[in-house]
Design a protein around this ligand. Structure first.
Ligand SMILES: O=P(O)(O)OC[C@H]1O[C@@H](O)[C@H](O)[C@@H](O)[C@@H]1O
Length: 289
């Protein structure tokens, strides 16, 4: 165990260190199974590199870092609302989970996996969050939201930026024939086709599907498998060249390098929590060849 640092009194097992990454505190995992980086701001995992693979995750070279900034890339934790909220009135897009600083609650080795548990600060009383990362040859992320003393309606998403060789040359399998809301057309209701999805332009779909999704990356020569739990929706997003120029933290030519596939409870598939009640959304990733 290494010595606890000023930023965390939690003992860290071998293979985990608290370091400064992009100018801010991050837990850096380096084991025979994988390397990974989890920032305390947003409990934000920005990199997972299972041994012998390239990173599962895309991270923008132009991202901002620090408290109240939303990191662009990796796995932003979205909630307790999605986008501008169901009534469209929320000022902070995608909620505050990704812009507050979380606290490390525990760090442990379990076999060859590292398990990190981060929690929202004690002053988050109306709703508290707990994020558990299991980092090894597979990656699991579980986000638990617990209501405080009053009932709450929550939305949440694991806004994963999957790194791909060229988003124009991927297929997304697992959403066939599903209903969706098209956020590029004012949330128009539509139905996906019977074939695996191919992206051909700006895409922002809230899909009524909660099963396994496989992204086949032709250029990268691998399949990225996302197995969600506790979710009801899957969002598929890429700004394309049409919208990327309006986003200051993504280089104009970088949009082909990622696709967001986001396990979620969003829009009319939100979760209603009674006082003290919790809901967990989670996902496990593996890379196949
Ligand atoms: O720029 P943000 O707040 O990280 O959001 C990025 C995108 O996130 C997606 O989940 C939404 O469906 C999109 O509408 C949104 O543009």
């Amino acid at each position: 165990m290494s010595t606890p640092s000023a930023a965390s009194s939690v003992p860290l097992p071998e293979g985990v260190a608290l370091e400064t990454v992009h100018g801010v505190d991050a837990l850096v995992v380096d084991t025979p199974a994988a390397r990974a980086v989890v920032h305390l701001d947003g409990a934000h995992l920005t990199s997972w590199v299972p041994t012998g693979e390239a990173d599962l995750l895309w991270l923008s070279p132009d991202s901002a870092y620090g408290p109240r900034e939303a990191i662009r890339g990796g796995i932003p934790l979205v909630g307790p609302w999605f986008g501008p909220g169901r009534d469209g009135a929320m000022q902070v897009k995608h909620g505050w989970l990704r812009t507050i600083t979380w606290e490390l609650a525990s760090a442990a080795l379990d076999g060859e996996d590292v398990v990190l548990e981060l929690v929202t600060p004690a002053d988050a009383v109306k709703l508290s969050g707990r994020a558990v990362f299991r980092i090894g040859r597979q990656l699991s992320v579980d986000l638990t939201l617990t209501a405080g003393p009053t009932p709450l309606e929550v939305e949440a998403a694991l806004h994963t930026y999957l790194a791909v060789g060229d988003v124009r040359r991927i297929t997304v399998q697992g959403l066939e024939n599903a209903d969706y809301l098209d956020n590029t057309r004012g949330l128009a209701a539509d139905v996906l086709g019977a074939d695996p999805l191919r992206l051909t332009g700006s895409t922002d779909r809230i899909v009524d599907a909660a099963g396994e999704v496989v992204v086949t990356d032709e250029v990268g020569g691998r399949r990225l498998v996302s197995s969600p739990r506790g979710t009801a929706t899957t969002i598929v997003w890429n700004p394309w060249d049409e919208l990327v120029t309006s986003m200051g933290d993504i280089p104009d030519d970088a949009w082909p390098q990622f696709v967001c596939v986001e396990p979620a409870v969003a829009k009319d598939r939100f979760v209603r929590l009674q006082p003290g009640q919790a809901h967990t959304i989670g996902v496990t990733y593996r890379i196949e060849h």
